[in-house]
Design a protein around this ligand. Structure first.
Ligand SMILES: NC(=O)c1ccc[n+]([C@@H]2O[C@H](COP(=O)([O-])OP(=O)(O)OC[C@H]3O[C@@H](n4cnc5c(N)ncnc54)[C@H](OP(=O)(O)O)[C@@H]3O)[C@@H](O)[C@H]2O)c1
Length: 281
């Protein structure tokens, strides 16, 4: 029975993936910042699948100390891990200025990049013990609209003309850069690293009450062309427990795609890794 952690699994794609993995008999740990929401999801999944091995754990991914605490608690409690899906993300487009955490990091960068970096590295000793460890990181199809995007090392706190959308894509680029470096580092191990290019997937607009009426109507229009979280989650599940794939980055049809050119830049990736290490010490 495979053990799996999915972050941000109380809603959307993460919840749909948790449901499917539980159906397939996996032990699933829902790693969420809102424990009550995670427990509600756990109960629903147990009831609908009959799989009793679904658990809720609390972690606020915007805080590195919390992530480290989660790693410690998980390791002590469960002692093994086969699959880590870094699904959660902060993409609240209603934010007008950077939200700086109590640890002095910009919240989107912390949640979407520094947390997966810390969580993955913290759980690597367990994943390496698995005979088929898998790490799945989540990027976005929206990055295709920015073919020349580069990681802005001078704007990690959103100090220059903050835009939540631009910051979001910076963090998704960082996820790809991190994933490529990680894949290289784990080449000679039993751990596979994949990234998913999530397409336009229906979101629950009620989860974002502070969006402007304009943004709400934009989301409403977008949702006419969206696929369901369940459809997207199928790719998470294929990469998590399906046959090992030889490639790295996959779209919603499980077709291999290229990441942005800059994501492969080794010097930039090494610089980002070093920065991430320094910020999460
Ligand atoms: N939907 C799309 O069209 C789309 C497109 C491209 C990429 N993606 C990516 O797909 C993934 C899943 O998105 P989704 O559409 O399923 O969105 P969603 O339903 O809004 O799910 C996001 C999840 O992340 C969690 N989260 C946010 N901040 C957190 C924090 N500080 N600590 C712990 N958990 C936190 C949320 O928890 P709360 O419930 O507590 O807020 C929620 O469970 C994300 O990585 C997103 O960037 C989505």
């Amino acid at each position: 029975m495979k053990k799996c952690i999915i972050t941000g699994s109380n809603s959307g794609i993460g919840k749909a993936a948790a449901q499917k993995l539980a159906e397939k008999g996996c032990t699933v740990v829902l790693a969420c910042r809102n424990l009550a929401a995670a427990e509600k999801t756990r109960d629903e999944i147990i009831q609908s699948t009959g799989n009793q091995n679904v658990y809720a754990m609390r972690v606020d991914l915007s805080l590195i100390a919390d992530v480290k605490n989660f790693v410690k608690e998980y390791t002590e409690k469960y002692g093994s891990l086969d699959i880590l899906i870094n699904n959660a993300a902060d993409f609240d487009l209603s934010r007008k200025s950077p939200l700086i955490t109590t640890e002095n990091n910009e919240a989107q960068f912390a949640t979407n990049h520094l947390a997966p970096f810390t969580l993955t590295n913290g759980l690597l000793p367990l994943l390496k013990k698995s005979d088929d460890g898998r790490i799945i990181n989540i990027a976005s199809q929206g990055l295709v609209l920015y073919p020349n995007i580069k990681f802005d090392f001078d704007n990690i706190k959103g100090q220059k003309n903050y835009s939540p959308a631009k910051t979001y894509y910076q963090t998704k680029l960082a996820q790809l850069m991190f994933s490529i470096s990680l894949k290289e580092k784990l080449e000679k191990t039993n751990v596979s690293v994949y990234a998913v290019r999530v397409t336009n997937v229906k979101i629950d607009i009620n989860r974002y009450p502070n969006l402007s009426p304009f943004m709400k109507s934009l989301y409403k229009m977008k949702s006419r062309f969206s696929i369901s979280p369940e459809q997207m989650a199928k790719v998470y599940v294929d990469l998590a427990i399906g046959e090992k794939q030889m490639g790295f980055y996959y779209d919603e049809k499980l077709k291999e795609v290229r990441a942005n050119k800059y994501a492969y830049d080794k010097d930039a990736r090494d610089k980002l890794w070093q920065l991430s290490e320094n910020l999460t010490k």
